[in-house]
Design a protein around this ligand. Structure first.
Ligand code: PHE
Length: 352
């Protein structure tokens, strides 16, 4: 019996030394003092088998062992529990010196960036902004702009026509058919109808054409249209305005050139190229080794268009130009495929 007491006593010392968590210490308590199978209660129940003359010594030794184990276990348990809760508390503390979490911010779409830059550039030159309606009548989209009834742009291949019971904004009746505008030039007519010259307007918005989706084409895309009507306006004003705009949007070293072209609503008409933004005019794969990129269409507003909105072409003249915002975004941000602009892939948008 005394041997067992000595053995258990020294076993306890090493077990206690290696129990360093509250849970391990609790296991130890159960191992020694547990009601069922605890080592100390088991020794006590063996006391009655001890011969009478040894009973007192054995009882004393056992009582001493129990008291020592109890107090040492209690002391270490209290210490370890206190340490653990202190550690937990310091973990839960709010450290006000930590940097703040940055919330996820949205990004402007590349087309929106270009639109806003254009709106800034032209607002600074005194232009007012008018997006105009996307649902339009044949009159505003074609007829008032001098498109002859058999002009190829009216072909159903190009235009999305709408049911007649969806009249466009501000439109009465009688000017059927309705359609999705194929360009922003409708805003020329609407503005000139509503404002007596001088007028200076920039119009940015969506336009629609029945095209297949390809690298460069989409049935919905974005245009910007600018036009100005005043006294004594000539093609020099148009050229200076475009040169200023191109240098502001694409860099002061950009050059431009005008090539003769045709639009029913301008006369003369021109197509404008600017020096390739990638090779600066030297010639590269993107500009088909010409050094130039086609960027917009423009011209002097046709006298018949002015007459159509009740403006006397003998007294007033004006210019107009139109360009694709998507194309500008693709050039400026080096995006080769127009689909990239409309797929809403966050990995793309997050770059802008
Ligand atoms: N509306 C023409 C187009 O969509 C562009 C343009 C606008 C041309 C104004 C001349 C003047 O191609």
């Amino acid at each position: 019996m005394l041997d067992d007491i000595t053995r258990i006593s020294s076993e306890f010392d090493s077990a206690l030394a290696s129990a360093n968590t509250a849970a391990a210490l609790d296991d130890l308590r159960v191992h020694y003092f547990g009601r069922k199978g605890g080592l100390i209660p088991a020794l006590f129940s063996r006391l009655k088998e001890v011969p009478k003359e040894q009973k007192k010594d054995a009882g004393d030794a056992l009582n001493k062992l129990r008291d020592r184990l109890e107090s040492e276990l209690k002391e270490k348990s209290e210490r370890v529990t206190a340490e653990e809760s202190a550690r937990k508390q310091s973990r839960d503390i709010i450290d006000v010196t930590l940097p703040a979490r940055i919330p996820h911010l949205g990004h402007l779409h590349p087309v929106t960036i270009i639109r806003r830059e254009m709106e800034t550039i032209f607002s600074e030159m005194g232009y007012s902004l008018d997006p105009g309606p996307e649902v339009e009548s044949d009159w505003y989209n074609f007829e008032a702009l001098n498109f002859t009834p058999d002009h190829p742009a009216r072909d159903t291949q190009d235009t999305f026509f709408l049911d007649a019971d969806a009249p466009p904004r501000g439109e009465g009746s009688g000017r059927l058919p309705y359609l999705l505008r194929t360009h922003t030039s409708n805003v020329q007519i609407r503005s000139m109808e509503n404002h007596t010259p001088p007028v200076k307007v920039l119009s940015c918005g969506r336009v629609y054409r029945r095209d297949e989706i390809t690298m460069r084409r989409s049935p919905m895309f974005h245009q910007a249209e600018g036009f100005l009507v005043d006294k004594g306006i000539h093609i020099g004003h148009l050229r200076a305005t475009l040169e200023h705009f191109i240098k502001r949007l694409f860099g002061a070293d950009s050059k431009m050139r005008m090539r003769p072209s045709f639009f029913p609503f301008t006369e003369p008409s021109a197509e404008v190229d600017m020096s390739c933004v990638f090779c600066k005019g030297a010639g590269c794969g993107t500009c088909s080794h010409t050094g130039w990129m086609e960027i917009l269409g423009c011209g002097m507003i046709h006298p018949q268009v002015l007459r159509n909105v009740g403006i006397d072409p003998e007294e007033w003249s004006g210019f107009a130009f139109g360009l694709g915002l998507d194309r500008c975004a693709m050039i400026k941000f080096d995006i080769p495929n127009i689909r990239t602009l409309f797929e809403n892939d966050l990995r793309v948008l997050q770059q802008f």
